[in-house]
Design a protein around this ligand. Structure first.
Ligand code: SAH
Ligand code: SF4
Ligand code: F3S
Length: 472
């Protein structure tokens, strides 16, 4: 008997398989979980290699570094797989950006869809199955108000994402996101809380709220702002940890810091991308804040009762960035004391205003600046991480590293804390364990178990893998 798909279409009685490859930010990773959930609901089974899949999907990112060329290069590799009944689809930000050009350059591709059209996937799949070619989902960026997805296949049973805002209206002069993800829109707080409660019931204890500008969340029916939804998710019974990314300094309020101080489940970590320490460069980037404005928000975070870890994103070599501007970025890192910095060389992106700025910085200088920044940051981190030595910190167990004989834990501050135990039984994945920090490294901590593991009730119910799971 043929099976019936969710929207009533007839699927083939032969089991269909798909393979998906994902690049980009956490939002893209979570989008893939939604795509996987939808495909599974439509009767498809996921496979781990492209050779044996009936449908090969490529979820792309176009944030920097010749993303388009990379996509076409990868598609070229897929070419050898072409065969009877095998179909190819390109999803995500390069799909949205390049659109139908993808069909011209890679004629064996049958589907091109941006993220706002994934809710139409069931219909697009049916057209694919009927043998149609050149199917596009590119027009929904401005109309997709809700972006709730019915089916999500979460890859981790303990930690999960919830998208609360989509798109971006900021138009920073270097960035493709407003073009690939469309205008900014927020979900209702009710739908966010329903998803959080459902996840807690299913055994998730760690939730990460996602958005390109997560902190500009504003309930479309006016119920809650970002700090309020953050606190409300943190109060959902069963939830032990709530993270959020990415915050924009422009919308960063003192209320967010107060919420972290007041609600213990909110993680003590804030990722607040600065991009540059020079107000002149920030102006050219159209970031809508100055160095001083940014540092004022940092002072709110530093004056919190909790030790809140701070991380950031930085772009070096933006057009017009002088040695003195760059030096301001280096000094800002020292002043703030980030626990981690994600630094990138400026990469010109199609359609963005910065692409036509004339005072470009050479690749050589960009590379030098990146190295100087990373070296300086390494020193800063080495000094900062020592503050944890001797402390007992709670971690969530993520897995085991057999080679090193260590248990892999994650702290509320989002640091890796690898530890050993003298107890006869290893703690379960998903359990919470107090760990005494015995050593600090520039990027992680090392310790030993300092008390009994606490296994959340929902985790107890979940089947645990037999033997050790090697994560690294
Ligand atoms: N919405 C987030 C950032 C999303 S993109 C924010 O506003 O902070 C993630 C990071 O990629 C950015 O913070 C920036 O540091 C980097 N990035 C974006 N466009 C880039 C470009 N054209 N070249 C180099 N890095 C870029
Ligand atoms: Fe890009 Fe700026 Fe929007 Fe962040 S805020 S996604 S950097 S345009
Ligand atoms: Fe990349 Fe799109 Fe995310 S460009 S960083 S996948 S929003």
């Amino acid at each position: 008997m043929p099976e019936r798909g969710a929207t009533g279409g007839i699927l083939s009685s032969v089991a269909k398989t798909f393979y998906i490859e994902t690049f980009g930010c956490q939002m893209n990773a979570h989008d893939s979980e939604k795509v996987i959930g939808t495909l599974q609901h439509e009767g498809y089974t996921q496979v781990t290699d492209e050779d044996s899949a009936d449908l090969v999907l490529y979820n792309t990112c176009s944030i920097r570094d010749k993303a388009e060329q990379k996509v076409f290069h990868r598609l070229n590799e897929y070419k050898r797989l072409q065969g009877e009944g095998k179909r190819f689809g390109v999803l995500g930000c390069v799909a949205q950006q390049e659109g139908e050009k993808i069909f011209e350059k890679a004629p064996f591709v049958s589907l091109v869809s941006g993220s706002a059209s994934y809710r139409n996937l069931p219909e697009m799949l049916r057209r694919l199955e009927a043998g149609e070619n050149r199917i596009t989902g590119l027009d929904d960026r401005q109309t997709d108000e809700t972006f709730d997805t019915e089916f999500t296949a979460r890859s981790n049973p303990h930690r999960g994402y919830i998208t609360i805002t989509e798109g971006c209206d900021k138009f920073c002069s270097y960035c493709v996101v407003p073009y690939t993800r469309g205008k900014e829109r927020s979900r209702t707080s009710e739908s966010v809380l329903t998803e959080a409660r459902r996840m807690a019931d299913a055994g998730f204890t760690d939730i990460q709220l996602l958005g390109q500008n997560v902190n500009s969340f504003s309930d479309p029916i006016g119920k809650m702002n970002f700090a309020e939804i953050l606190a409300a998710v943190g109060e959902v019974p069963g939830i032990r940890r709530v993270r959020f990314t990415t915050s924009h300094p422009r919308h960063f309020t003192k209320q967010i810091v107060d919420a972290i101080d007041a609600v213990p489940t909110l993680c003590d970590h804030i990722h607040l991308p600065v991009q540059s320490g020079s107000s002149a460069v920030l102006k050219a980037m159209q970031r809508e804040y100055t160095r001083e404005w940014y540092l004022e928000r940092i002072s709110w975070i530093k004056s919190a009762k909790r030790d809140i870890s701070m991380t950031t994103d930085i772009i070096v070599g933006f057009p017009g960035e002088t040695d003195a501007d760059f030096e301001e970025t280096v000094t800002l890192c020292g002043e703030v004391g980030y626990d981690s910095v994600f630094a990138f060389k400026y990469s010109p992106r199609p359609n963005t205003p910065a692409v036509s700025m004339s005072e470009t910085v050479s690749e050589e200088v960009k590379s030098q600046r990146l190295q100087v920044l990373l070296d300086r940051q390494r020193e800063i981190q080495r000094a900062l991480y020592t503050r944890h030595e001797g402390k007992v910190i709670e971690v969530m167990v993520e897995g085991f590293n057999q080679q090193r004989g260590q248990i892999i834990g994650r702290t509320s501050q989002n640091k890796t804390l690898n530890f050993t135990t003298a107890q006869p039984v290893l703690p379960q994945i998903g359990s919470y364990v107090p760990v005494r920090v015995t050593k600090s490294l520039p990027n992680s901590l090392v310790g030993e178990q300092a008390g009994d593991a606490e296994v959340p009730a929902a985790v107890l119910k979940q089947a645990q893998p037999v033997g050790l799971v090697v994560l690294q």
